[in-house]
Design a protein. Structure first.
Length: 202
């Protein structure tokens, strides 16, 4: 196995995107040879995992849906703002973007489509649970999304997330207030703001 490929697999916890491999100068023939030897397992077109390692679902999906931004319950879980076990992996796309939805049932995915002017609001570069790079929304955008009535998330989960955020010393109230206005959830969130946290500035 080439040193570059070994290095990349170590960095990515045994996961390999062919798109990224090419940037490292790793040839497709090298990868295929390892597949034939049983050292790499093909997961999807252009995506492989090293034998004995687990698939990083978020990193894999990011490679498959490059325009997708992880959101809603998925980012709540990443930020540990909720104790609920997510039922789906959530990805947000801009309105009008053509995406193959055939994968949604088999992979328990939920796709959301938003206006282009707010699509990148709160977009940040983060890491998956296995430490691989993904694109996701920040805490403030995540809160606004789950409090949007159109998504119908459980009240208890939304309240728990808001409480956890308000106790976070790194919270950014001015950013949250700006997002609430731009995403039209200001009335909804302020109305449900826990009484015990009204002394904290939003």
């Amino acid at each position: 196995m080439q040193d570059k490929l070994k290095e990349l697999l170590a960095i990515r916890d045994g996961n390999l995107s062919m798109k990224e491999a090419r940037k490292f100068g790793i040839a497709a023939t090298t990868v295929q040879r390892l597949v034939n030897q049983g050292k790499l397992i093909k997961v999807d077109r252009g995506y492989y995992v090293e034998d004995g390692h687990g698939i990083d679902d978020l990193f894999w999906l990011q490679q498959r849906f490059s325009r997708g931004i992880f959101s809603h319950e998925t980012t709540l879980d990443i930020y540990q703002l909720s104790t609920n076990m997510p039922k789906f992996i959530h990805l947000t796309f801009p309105h009008g973007y053509n995406v193959d939805r055939s994968i949604t049932k088999e992979q328990q995915l939920q796709f959301h489509f938003v206006k282009k002017e707010v699509y990148e609001l709160g977009k940040v570069e983060g890491t998956s649970f296995q430490g691989n790079p993904i694109t996701m929304y920040d805490k403030e955008r995540t809160l606004c999304d789950i409090w949007n009535p159109r998504y119908e998330f459980e009240y208890e989960m939304k309240l728990e997330a808001l409480k956890e955020y308000m106790e976070d010393p790194l919270r950014d109230p001015s950013k949250l207030r700006d997002y609430m206005t731009k995403l039209h959830v200001e009335k909804e969130m302020k109305y449900h703001m826990p009484v015990s946290y009204t002394h904290l500035t939003l």
